[in-house]
Design a protein around this ligand. Structure first.
Ligand code: 13P
Length: 343
């Protein structure tokens, strides 16, 4: 492990004005996204769609520090034969790779999940490094349902797996993104999300320490502290910002350079407004850079504008460039509602 190199990459992933494009939808998830616009999820269509994003020069050069890829994409060539990884590198962005094999039912814990993918991971990481990946991602899923879910068992097994994955990444000179996602789909209030997120993060950093993972070469990809989607009382932007920052200050060590949020089902503008509020109001209280690693909140607009039709590529690229720019501004607290409307 070369910790100096790992640290440089971890810092670059949340450089001011920049964040990550999560384009690592699994085959099942990308099919769902394509179904929503009436496009067929063929290998060529998936390639064309992702190539369109990676060729959005304005977004890639100015606002996107790195791209998380799915196994198929890291091996794919653009229509003209250039490897997609090369397009990303040519735009000054860093290629990354999703390496988990998805969340499956956790034995003995109905309604809870454990992320699989550790077997053979060392070999896969070495291959991904050769293919150009300099960071990786592993997502753990923590559901909230009533007072019994999540169980301590679910959190303990998931953070153990996250730490095993992270240690293997660093051995392969790949920066691990550790992503313990507390799901926002329930009817719980924001304080329940705060409690579960804080407990999960504290458990995660205990386990990273126990397994000798160097935080200087690690990136955290958490959920924000928000109200469950079905909760009758929805916390506003300043409450989300205050509680998220409070939670991280209590649970995330200062040695970690970068935190990049998932969007998790927030609307595009909510995800931007929340990130902006944290950076605008709490910059002097945070030892880490706070940025984005959005899937849906970066891609919903370009996906819709594209609609699977080649004649819409320019409009889709404009939509992507706009969202990337807005989120880039949110990393330095310089975004405002007015900028959305001007566009
Ligand atoms: P969302 O931003 O759509 O939540 O996706 C981010 C991601 O990579 C989930 O693993």
């Amino acid at each position: 492990m070369n910790l100096i190199d790992l640290n440089k990459i971890a810092v670059a992933m949340a450089a001011p004005g920049k964040g990550i494009l999560a384009a690592d939808e699994s085959s099942g998830t990308i099919k769902k996204r394509f179904d929503s616009i009436g496009a067929a999820s063929t290998e060529d269509n998936r390639r064309d769609y992702r190539e369109m994003l990676f060729r959005t020069d304005e977004a890639m050069r100015n606002s996107i520090s790195g791209v998380i890829l799915f196994d198929e994409t890291i091996r794919q060539n653009a229509k003209d034969g250039t490897p997609l990884v090369q397009l990303i590198k040519d735009a000054g962005s860093i290629p990354g790779i999703k390496v988990d094999k998805g969340a499956k039912g956790l034995a003995g814990a109905p309604g809870e999940k454990i992320t699989e993918g550790l077997d053979g991971l060392r070999e896969r990481l070495n291959e991904y490094y050769e293919l150009g990946a300099r960071f990786a991602k592993w997502r753990a899923v923590i559901d909230i349902d009533g007072s019994e879910i999540p169980s301590g068992y679910c959190i303990a097994t998931n953070v153990h797996a996250l730490a095993r994955y992270a240690a293997l990444c660093q051995e392969a000179n790949i920066v691990p993104i550790v992503e313990p996602e507390v799901i926002m789909d329930g009817d719980h209030d924001i304080d329940r999300c705060l409690d579960v997120t804080e407990f999960t993060l504290k458990s995660l950093f205990d386990e990273l320490y126990a397994q000798d993972v160097a935080l200087e070469g690690t990136v955290l990809k958490p959920n924000m502290v928000v109200s469950g989607k079905k909760c009758p009382t929805q916390a506003g932007v300043s409450e989300v910002a205050e509680k998220t920052v409070r939670c991280f200050r209590a649970a995330v060590p200062a040695a970690l350079p970068s935190i990049v949020f998932l969007s998790g089902g927030q609307s595009d503008e909510e995800a931007t407004a929340h990130l902006n509020a944290m950076n605008a109001e709490y910059a002097d209280k945070m030892p880490w850079a706070l940025s984005f690693s959005y899937g849906r909140a970066l891609q919903a607009a370009p996906l819709k504008a594209w609609g699977g039709k080649p004649e819409n590529v320019a409009a889709a690229q404009a939509a992507f460039a706009h969202r990337a720019k807005m989120n880039g501004l949110a990393t330095t607290g310089e975004w405002s509602d007015g900028l959305e409307n001007v566009a």
